[in-house]
Design a protein around this ligand. Structure first.
Ligand SMILES: Nc1ncnc2c1ncn2[C@@H]1O[C@H](COP(=O)(O)OP(=O)(O)O)[C@@H](O)[C@H]1O
Ligand SMILES: [Mg+2]
Length: 340
């Protein structure tokens, strides 16, 4: 009863608690000495009868199996599965009953994660369907516009010529948005290759520096020596690192420092890139939302950046974690090393 990793309660025919496991005490938030030999009516007297987990009817043979219950004590919320049945002696008389509680809180949160990624997959499918429908007409609009632009120039219609330039930039913007959309859908031609993360970072460094200068941000880059290859798609990994660095830079409105650190975690067989900014941080009530598609706090934001990143990293079996405690934010991208 002491070490058993289950909530166990044994009661006798008087509805008194005979024994209780340590875990059950933790779940109910009570001390064993205070409750043993007491009637369950008394122990749970503050709980209205209809909400009491254990009813007298179990002594009358009411059996439960995998009955899901949620329970909140002072410190924690538990998702439990409850089994209960009567205990009989060798001649078949009821001598009491048992209740077993299995803590499935972790499974529940896993379930929520699955639902979340299901939702993302659905959005991805819709995106894949509509993105091409948007892109094809755009291509022909762009083509004809370039023809018009040329003749406007030849006819010296300067103002109209300027308009076409604006139109072309706007079309490029829609195209960019549609590209992000397409990344949300699972890329069908996803080619796995050996990717050298340090090289990826070298290639995107100029882009990050440009962005940083615009925002008066300093960039510190700490590469790791001999970072092993990972199996992924180079272009997609670039996109992930760029998105997260850009977010960091955009968050630092009054300037600041962006630090990028590569790490090898031999024990867990993974490599990680930590991207830290000295911005205002993310309020805790928003942390769960930032990976949702279309969630943005920016005027010009799409809210697609992080959901795209998460999709890409999940597809290679990695994780993106975020830690933001009041000041500054760190995104940790962990990616598994190939086996062997
Ligand atoms: N480093 C960061 N610091 C503070 N907030 C951040 C940071 N990164 C992301 N966020 C928040 O997450 C939101 C979603 O980011 P993202 O998916 O990239 O979309 P977008 O950049 O278009 O808003 C941002 O609008 C911002 O509120
Ligand atoms: Mg972004």
């Amino acid at each position: 009863m002491k070490d058993v990793n289950l909530g166990v309660l044994l009661i006798n025919t008087d509805f008194k608690l005979i024994d209780i496991s340590d875990m059950a005490c933790t779940i109910f938030g009570m001390e064993k000495e205070e409750v043993i030999d007491k009637s369950l009516d008394e122990i749970f007297k503050s709980v209205p009868r209809e909400y009491q987990l254990v009813q007298r009817t179990i002594l009358e043979g009411m059996v439960t199996k995998n009955h899901a219950v949620s329970l909140i004590n002072e410190t924690q919320r538990y998702e439990l599965l409850m089994d209960s049945n009567t205990l009989k002696n060798s001649s078949g008389d009821t001598v009491g009953a048992y209740i077993i509680l299995k803590d499935v809180s972790n499974l529940r949160s896993l379930e929520e994660q699955v639902q979340r990624s299901d939702r993302l997959a659905m959005i991805g499918q819709i995106a894949a369907g509509t993105a091409h429908e948007i892109r094809n007409p755009l291509t022909s609009i762009k083509g004809f516009l370039q023809v018009i632009k040329k003749s406007l120039k030849e006819n010296e219609m300067n103002q109209e010529f300027e308009f076409t330039n604006i139109m072309l930039t706007e079309i490029d913007r829609i195209n960019g948005l549609v590209s992000e959309f397409l990344l949300l859908s699972k890329p069908r031609d996803f080619v796995f290759e050996q990717v050298d993360l340090t090289k990826v970072m070298q290639e995107i460094k100029p882009i990050i520096h440009n962005e940083a200068i615009l925002h008066d941000v300093e960039v510190h880059y700490h590469p790791a020596n001999d970072l092993p290859f990972i199996l992924a798609n180079k272009e997609l990994i670039k996109q992930v690192c760029l998105n997260i660095c850009k977010n960091g830079i955009e968050a630092m409105v009054d300037g600041g420092t962006l630090s990028i650190t590569e790490k090898i975690d031999e024990k867990n067989k993974q490599v990680s890139i930590e991207i830290h900014d000295t911005g205002p941080g993310i309020p805790s009530f928003l942390v769960d939302k930032i990976f949702d598609p279309f969630f943005t706090t920016k005027q010009e934001g799409t809210g697609l950046g992080l959901s795209v990143c998460q999709r890409i990293i999940h597809d290679i079996g990695g994780t993106i974690r975020v830690s933001s405690k009041g000041f500054g934010t760190t995104f940790i991208i962990s990616m598994p090393l190939p086996a062997g």
